[in-house]
Write a protein that binds this ligand. Structure first.
Ligand code: F3S
Length: 420
């Protein structure tokens, strides 16, 4: 049986009402199922935004909000299936947009901050090193755990209940011993291969496929760039189910190799070379050189203001090719900031869209949703991206061909409609 504090026992006895009582009861059951000894307070929660493309999801949320569910810790939300501030922009069916809007009202009534993003760190939600948290969205989870050292497991459907009672079982990656690196990856890769985000994404995709759900320690390569670390983590969590990585000399629990391994020996040692990156690109480059591109996605994971500024500089005075949809994905607050800073106009004058709240693979473009709404399947024929996460999921869920390359290649594809 789990040891409860007086406060936790009082919650379980109903002191704070039936909704909180139910929430802590679920969290205790989760902890008991995994053998946790006690609960901890969480500092922050990133909550699964109930998406209208999942049957019954929004309706269930609305009922829960009406029952009085309120979050107790700072809570943000992951992505939706449409851009709620510009519902016509993505071609999402109106019925789905209006259903999704009901979720936004419910989130607000529960006290959840309507960020609708996979990169809440861009909005300043950065809990302290060593704190306990609970997040959903694999690319956010791995960044918080690894780069910030803000501990979290992979939150699932029960994330709601932790947000409502502010508690989570002390287990998994919240424990020091679970954070020890298990696999050492010795990388020997020329610097120029890692000079852009897609290179780090390829590295993460290769390592994730090898390591599965264990904890990789990556040695021999370095970067201090946040966008590269985000790209690395997102890809690790795509080909594998990696929740925590250590980059020696960079991430906070890996000042040295010995620290990352907590003084022990790695269970496996793996060499990584340029050839491994080449193989990763080959796997997801299913468009031939010169082949037609009808969709370009940048901003997987969602871009921050600085990244939008770079896009604006590239597209200023130019024009996206006819027949190409070009989505630059971010969150709604960053888009508003970009509008104020004069960054939005050059992008949108060029014919690209700055999309908030969603991204292609979280949207109605999924094959299953297209079929339900009598939209063309596949809705996209060939997508260019610099993110292995976007390539993998758009191939699987949207059913399109994919072209993977650098940021500049993606911009060129948007302007020409061809993959070079
Ligand atoms: Fe974010 Fe969508 Fe990529 S949710 S991480 S932009 S697949």
């Amino acid at each position: 049986m789990m040891r409860l504090t007086h406060e936790e026992q009082a919650m379980l006895d109903g002191k704070d009402g039936p909704v909180v009582r139910e929430a802590i009861d679920y969290v205790i059951q989760l902890g008991e199922a995994f053998g946790a000894e006690r609960l901890v307070d969480i500092a922050y929660c990133h909550y699964p935004a109930e998406m209208a493309i999942y049957e019954g999801s929004v309706e269930e949320l609305c009922e829960y909000a009406e029952r009085g569910g309120k979050v107790r810790v700072p809570t943000t939300t992951s992505t939706l299936c449409c851009d709620l501030e510009r519902p016509d922009s993505t071609g999402c069916p109106a019925t789905l947009c209006s259903l999704q809007a009901q979720a936004e009202s419910a989130h607000r009534s529960m006290g959840i901050n309507d960020t609708y993003t996979c990169t809440p760190q861009h909005l300043g939600y950065t809990p302290p090193f060593g704190s306990c948290n609970l997040l959903v969205e694999s690319s956010a989870i791995i960044f918080y755990n690894s780069v910030l050292g803000a501990r979290t497991n992979r939150g699932g459907l029960l994330t709601r209940y932790s947000a409502v009672c502010g508690k989570y079982p002390l287990m998994g990656y919240l424990l020091d011993e679970q954070r020890r690196g298990t696999h050492l990856f010795n990388c020997s890769i020329p610097d120029q291969r890692l000079a852009t985000a897609d290179g780090w994404s390829a590295l993460g995709f290769h390592i994730g496929a090898v390591v599965g759900s264990a904890v990789p320690v990556i040695d021999g390569v370095r970067t201090d760039r946040r966008d590269f670390l985000i790209a690395l983590g997102a890809a690790l969590a795509t080909s594998g189910s990696v929740t925590l990585f250590h980059l020696v000399g960079v991430t906070p629990e890996a000042g040295t190799l010995e620290e990352a391994l907590q003084g022990g020996d790695p269970e496996h040692v793996v060499a990584v070379s340029e050839a491994d990156l080449d193989a990763a690109y080959r796997q997801y480059c299913t468009v031939d050189t010169g082949g037609a591109i009808d969709f370009v996605t940048l901003g997987c994971p969602h871009y921050d203001l600085a990244q939008l500024r770079v896009v604006a500089e590239k597209l200023d005075g130019r024009r996206v090719a006819d027949g190409v949809r070009c989505w630059i994905c971010t969150n709604r607050l960053t888009r508003r900031a970009a509008a104020e800073a004069g960054i939005l106009r050059p992008i949108e004058d060029a014919g690209a869209l700055v999309i908030a709240d969603t991204c292609p693979v979280e949207s109605h473009l999924r094959q299953s949703t297209c079929r339900e709404h009598a939209l063309p399947v596949p809705n996209v024929r060939a997508m260019a991206t610099d993110s292995f996460k976007m390539a993998r999921y758009s191939a699987d869920l949207i059913g399109c061909r994919t072209a993977l390359g650098g940021f500049d290649q993606c911009i060129a594809a948007a302007l020409s409609g061809r993959w070079r």
